[in-house]
Ligand binder design. Structure first.
Ligand code: ATR
Length: 288
């Protein structure tokens, strides 16, 4: 790619940012679509977030991604926020508009697009979520937004799962989300098979032998298992799902598709499935 006077810049705001895969993915998409855009990491120190967002606008940046620890804090410096991002309470993508940036959440639509490409249909289904952290909460909001019948949240600390359920039920209707302790799954899961989303940090590198539910009987209930962890590429959760006849996917696709959707918002193009899949391959290669 040759950069010139017309090159537009996008970047990643976070702290730290040194581990990011986003430049690889974004610059590959720019190259493949012929967009004159470059994507770079911006390490923003604590206390400098507002200055960074204003500075980005002043420097005519086309857009930014936002990562840890700024996904919630950034919301107060935006001129507009997409309704889904508002509900999730986290913005990971800034799109340049008149007077500033509009905030979006592309993490969850990224997961949804990955599911669509994997042929996983959540419409009208009760989906199981393991965990009750920020990611699990966002998944519950997404599933409601995309027409799931309900969600069952299992968490070690049941009060945290209950908090998410109460919040989502506040706008979704009383019975959409239910919260239980992890060990209650045997009495709660009355249907034959479920789509299960593993949204805890258990099993993440380097503790790759850990899994949030050890009991093998649980995995007979899993038709499709999504682990939102991407390192290692095959977690113990995924192994157990596969050993019990289910399909299992990791979080790499979600990561790539959040970037794909951000790129589409910035550049007003559609990224083909082939390009997205090549991004996934490159990312997995780079992680080795
Ligand atoms: P994030 O924002 O990435 O979702 P988080 O808010 O720290 O991260 O949430 C981590 C999730 O992993 C929580 O559901 C947590 O359970 P608790 O709410 O009980 O803390 C879950 N988790 C982390 N370590 C765990 C462990 N050893 N066993 C069971 N659950 C665990």
């Amino acid at each position: 790619m040759i950069y010139d006077g017309h090159t537009r810049t996008c970047g990643l705001i976070g702290n730290p940012v040194e581990h990011t895969m986003s430049p690889l993915i974004q610059n590959f998409m720019a190259q493949e679509t012929g967009k004159n855009m470059v994507y770079v990491p911006f390490h923003v120190q604590q206390g400098s977030l507002e200055a960074a967002v204003k500075g980005a606008y002043a420097l005519n940046l086309l857009g930014c991604n936002v990562t840890v620890p700024y996904k919630s804090d950034v919301m107060e410096y935006l001129v507009d926020t997409d309704p889904l991002a508002k509900r999730i309470g986290a913005v990971n993508t800034l799109v340049r508009v008149e007077g500033g940036y509009k905030g979006y959440n592309t993490d969850m639509p990224g997961l949804y697009r990955a599911m669509q490409h994997d042929g996983v249909d959540i419409a009208g289904k009760t989906v199981v979520i393991l965990g009750a952290g920020g990611v699990a909460r966002a998944v519950a909001v997404l599933l409601n937004d995309k027409g799931a019948k309900g969600v069952i949240l299992f968490n070690r600390t049941v009060s945290k799962a209950q908090q998410i359920a109460d919040e989502v039920n506040g706008y979704a209707g009383a019975d959409f989300a239910k919260a239980y302790a992890m060990e209650d799954y045997a009495k709660v899961l009355t249907e034959d098979k479920y789509i299960v989303i593993q949204a805890t940090s258990v099993g993440m590198h380097p503790k790759v032998d850990e899994v949030v539910i050890e009991d093998e009987a649980f995995y007979d209930k899993v038709e499709v298992g999504y682990d939102l962890i991407f390192n290692p590429p095959c977690t113990r959760f995924m192994q157990l799902v596969k050993e019990h006849g289910g399909r299992a996917y990791n979080g790499a696709k979600m990561l790539v598709y959040q970037g794909v959707i951000a790129f589409e918002l910035w550049n007003d193009v559609n990224i083909s499935r082939e390009i997205a899949e090549e991004c996934i391959r490159q990312m997995e290669e780079a992680m080795k």
